[in-house]
Ligand binder design. Structure first.
Ligand code: APR
Length: 232
């Protein structure tokens, strides 16, 4: 594949698993310990802001103890070296891609290290615990919430993502179960535009049958090998 071609890479919780961050639907996954309805919907935030803020404070706090793994580092190396268009679309809210050095990156489900003002829409970097009722630095309303896209809310960056998918020659999905839309539909969109499609995942996912090629194994071995192939 010559390095002027365009690549879109979708990542999910599986790429951060070997860094020690829990996935959602695997054994010991986050959704085993919590019901999505209790911690990841606008209704949950309204009903029990303490529980929701605490859930994300715990996950934000865990970031200090984990580091990017070889898969994150390989994608950052590709981002740095690839002369064609490239976009990493992550469903993850951790900061491991950017800490590995990735630049061309979109967090479509938000970020743990960001706070969002429900009153004025201002977004601010927030690496610390975020108590309910924290005041917005812009409008001073007590309306800061975790900058996480809850179920039922519109993911971020969709225009940019759809534009990248419409022009890509290769779509690669890494470490995602293909359980949640719109991300789970990106492979079909890419195929409809004639892109080649590749899945790198620990095991077959809900969307494996949609990919031209699937490779199964841990991301820290599959992703560096794939990037080496591309850059040789
Ligand atoms: N290497 C590669 N893949 C892995 C690894 C690993 N070491 N460990 C787990 N996986 C795979 C699993 O096989 C699974 O297919 O990663 C996937 C993780 O799936 P989920 O836990 O469902 O996470 P994800 O696909 O990112 O969830 C999507 O759902 O709950 C929402 O907003 C949340 O962004 C999340 C979205």
């Amino acid at each position: 594949m010559n390095d002027s071609r365009s690549i879109v890479i979708l990542t999910g919780a599986g790429i951060s698993a070997e860094s020690g961050l829990a996935t959602f639907r695997g054994p010991g996954g986050l959704w085993e310990g919590h019901r999505v309805e209790d911690v990841c919907t606008p209704e949950a935030l309204a009903a029990d802001p303490d529980l929701v803020h605490r859930f994300y404070d715990l996950r934000r706090g865990a970031l200090a103890g984990v580091h990017p793994n070889a898969a994150h580092q390989a994608l950052a190396r590709l981002d740095e070296a690839w002369k064609g268009d490239l976009l990493i679309v992550t469903q993850n809210v951790d900061d491991l891609h950017e800490r590995a050095g990735a630049r061309r990156l979109v967090h479509m489900h938000g970020e743990l290290t960001s706070a969002f003002c429900a009153a004025c829409g201002n977004r601010v970097r927030w690496p610390d615990p975020l108590p309910p009722g924290s005041a917005c630095v812009a409008c001073h309303q007590p309306a800061l919430r975790p900058d996480i896209v809850f179920f039922g809310e519109m993911p971020y960056g969709m225009e940019k993502i759809e534009e990248a998918l419409s022009g890509c020659d290769l779509f690669v999905s890494i470490g995602t179960s293909g359980a949640v839309y719109p991300a789970a539909g990106f492979v079909q969109l890419a195929r409809s535009y004639g892109a080649d499609t590749l899945e790198l995942n620990l095991e077959p996912s809900a969307g494996s049958h949609l990919f031209g090629e699937s490779r199964f194994g841990p991301a820290t071995s599959l992703v560096p090998a794939w990037v080496d192939e591309l850059l040789k």
